[in-house]
Ligand binder design. Sequence first.
Ligand code: ZN
Length: 229
Amino acid sequence: MKYLPQTHNIPYQLAQRRQATPAPENPTTAWNSFKGNAHVIEALFYRQHGLCAYCEIELELMADKGIGRHIEHILPKSLNSELTFEYSNMLLSCFSSGGEITATANDPAPISCGHANSKKANNWDVSLFIKPTDNDCERYFSVELDGEIIPHPQLTSNETQHAHYTIELLNLNCLRLKRLREEIIIEGYNIINELQGSSVALENFLKLEMSEVNGKLREFINLRKQHFR
Ligand SMILES: [Zn+2]
């Protein structure tokens, strides 16, 4: 999970719309009629350094490229009408609406993050959910060598419960994500081993892993920080 600090820099179109309709009677209809999505997507994309705030996979600005993306209401707008146009309740999540990948026998539940069935169901427990907008969200998670995301071993039992709940809710341990994370870990450690003889090359590699290029970070940045820094 990538921490998403709050900002006062709210896209103009969204601020205008919120002022006009602070708590729409029918949030879904109101949201679907909003014409400023592209501005919100671009603002969120750069605020999130090009990564899905939940799983940290790389996103693309163009809707038809990569895994797709959508504006996600962190707390559901259907239950919180006043948050329909509230920027602090939004983030960019992987998958476009209608652009989700299909389940296979090997990976029966490949959809994660905002479009995960459990998250979309809107009947989840807000008090147990760790949000990317929580300023200490990143410390709750740790990634094992096999790519599994687990509650950080140093958490209290109460915090562990929150982390477990959030991982399940967002389906962050689907096979697809687990495999991607495992590949990065294996590849990273292989490179580190190969570069053991050259401290300059190793330092350059580690620096590149953490670096930001054109406002974008490497995907799964917290995994990289945990394992390669
Ligand atoms: Zn995601």
